[in-house]
Design a binder for this molecule. Structure first.
Ligand code: 8IG
Length: 266
């Protein structure tokens, strides 16, 4: 993308408004590994677009990620834009591509950005299938979606207001700090110990760069992770993408229902 990224987002948002017939959306969701079913529980899908048809988007590179962009009418009449196609930093398409969905959602009118992911857990009390609220992040990608002298305050990046709404839905929800690694390889056990010592509770390959872009765009950000595996070295068993998908599938119904109930409170 050589054009201005905000112009590119506007183009995509106009395309989405045209194709969905919805002039303005209220809430955007990025559904990561394990969260795909949430779209069905949030409300009625009124339009489904293939990500590859929307300007600036591309089909997902990973099995277990859905490649659609949906417009959903929620139970209480809100318009949700559900992004099932996330571009990961490790795909090498650049940070502008990684955050294009977030900027498109902002241009489409969304004031709230809900970011979900599947990740590794550093707390061995969090068995695979445990959802965890993101309270803060550590960006270990050495990249940023912001270009030039764009100083954005991230003190309260992950909305305390929405986290407390989430705990009204499920008081047992715990929260943690999410560290975004560049990937695509999973961490070594030493890197997992490093993450733990600098204050991380969760390790993954998404979300932080998107959250920064969302805050820059003026959106309220909510993040929730699904621990699909214990991070390398925390569990004695090596990681496999297959197991990650299985843990996601096993927890899918429960966490999707949880997310739908949180969305209903926004
Ligand atoms: I799912 O253990 C999933 N994504 N970096 N580490 C990192 N990303 C992940 C992991 C993990 N599990």
């Amino acid at each position: 993308m050589n054009t201005d990224p905000f112009e590119a987002a506007r183009t995509a948002a106009d395309y989405i408004a045209n194709e969905t017939g919805v002039d303005s959306h209220d809430i955007a969701l990025v559904l990561g590994s394990g969260w795909g079913e949430a779209a069905n529980l949030i409300g009625d899908t009124t339009a489904t677009l293939s990500a590859s048809e929307v300007p600036g988007f591309s089909a997902p590179a990973v099995e277990g990620h859905v490649g659609t962009i949906r417009s959903v009418l929620t139970r209480d009449g809100k318009r949700a834009l559900v992004l099932g196609a996330r571009t990961h930093y490790y795909e090498g398409k650049g940070v502008r591509s990684v955050v294009h969905g977030v900027r498109t959602a902002a241009a489409a009118g969304c004031r709230t950005m809900v970011l979900t992911n599947g990740c590794g857990g550093l707390n061995d009390n969090w068995s695979p299938g445990t959802p965890v609220l993101i309270s803060d992040h550590i960006n270990l990608t050495a990249a940023s979606p912001l270009e030039g002298a764009t100083f954005v305050d991230l003190t309260d990046l992950y909305s305390a207001r929405i986290r407390s709404l989430a705990r009204e839905v499920d008081p047992s929800l715990e929260e943690g700090v999410y560290a975004q690694f560049a990937g695509p390889q999973y961490e070594t056990p030493a890197e997992v110990q490093y993450a733990k010592r600098i204050g991380a509770d969760l390790v993954g390959m998404s979300t932080a760069l998107e959250a920064i872009a969302a805050r820059h765009a003026g959106m309220e950000v909510f993040g929730i992770s699904l621990v699909t595996n214990l991070a390398a070295g925390i569990s004695p068993v090596p990681l496999s993408h297959h197991e990650v998908l299985e843990a996601g599938q096993a927890a899918a119904k429960r966490i999707s229902g949880l997310l739908a109930n949180i969305i209903a409170k926004l």
